[in-house]
Design a protein around this ligand. Sequence first.
Ligand code: GLV
Ligand code: MN
Ligand code: MN
Length: 416
Amino acid sequence: MSNSAIKIDGSRLWDSIMAMAEIGPGDEGGSRRLALTDEDKEGRDIFVQWCKQAGCHITIDDLGNIFARRPGQDDSLPPIVAGSHLDTQPHGGKFDGIYGVLAALEVVRTLNDHNITTRAPLEIVMWTNEEGSRFAPAMIASGVFAGLFTKEFAYSREDVDGLTLKDELKRIDYLGEQPCGTHPIGALFEAHIEQGPILEANRNQIGIVIGGQGQRWFDVTLKGQDSHAGSTPMKGRKDALVAASELILSIQRIALDYAPHGVATVGQMSVSPNSRNTIPGEVFLTVDIRNPDDDVLLEMRDAFEASLGKVHDSHGVVVDSKEIWHCPPVVFDQECVSAVRNAASRIGYSHQDIVSGAGHDACQVCRVAPTAMIFVPCEAGLSHNEQEHAEPTDLEAGCNVLLHAMLEMTEQVSSE
Ligand code: GLV
Ligand code: MN
Ligand code: MN
């Protein structure tokens, strides 16, 4: 059989995804494997074991990113790499991230089945803390890899219990030795579920991802005054939760003003003292604003900052807002994007170009290595939800595109 005819094993891919989902199972059919928890360690351990069984050599860097290498004919060439993340949201699905890692493993297994040695080596990558749910911001280890964050910044990130990313990396035994960012990458591919409704609505099986939208994240604290719920008159209260409610509605209005591309979310909030008969004196909340155009994203940020001033004026609360992350929009590498498009066309899958609404490790690494992504549909566009579902045939199609895009790039990569 010529290399252009080989296909991956869709049921083996599906079984691996289902086996991974059993680690840190959620209550409603999804997964809960927050970054650097015991569950994340268990998922990493199994992944490493599977890679070794497939004949790969493992390297772990000092951010806990795992690279599994399948040698090529010319090992001096930079590897063609594919992967994603294994950490999940608190109510995560079985596919977000996991698919990209295990699709890359399925590519390696398929090449093993066919005794094919590629010209350049192939590698599978698993990035640490993509989700940013336990340690903010998201995509932190791929961000260090791309030189966007310092290692010290990443190490010092704390979860809600004050545990640091570095201590947790050490605790689960994934603080490797290779300095993050020094691992060579000839080209990077990331297969992922779309996490939105476009492919399904257009009945396309493959999304050729041409870039990703920008995002800005903020930590906001509103300080009012704790006071008795029964005896404090309504007039003159400094109720931080009422102020937060107004702020949340203005954030929603800003996104609607920038429809259809603008989106904005308050996803995390804590109320102090969180007692039913005390007026809340303090609220902490997070804000996530996104737009594919960086100038428009800036306008949305300005509108958000203006709304902070209004909340202060009308509720007498002191507002402190810090922008903790700006991830500008990205455009993927033309050669890598063409390799994905060529593969989808040659195999005959219906496809379309698409811009990613979600953040991905590929959106960080694309700043230092040629990169592209492959999307497959997910049911009703639902993701970051335990009900997240993708059809086995679509996952198989995306993995076949990944295989053939990688094969094309192994022929093109050079050592400069
Ligand atoms: C990553 O999951 C994101 O927030 O886009
Ligand atoms: Mn993801
Ligand atoms: Mn995610």
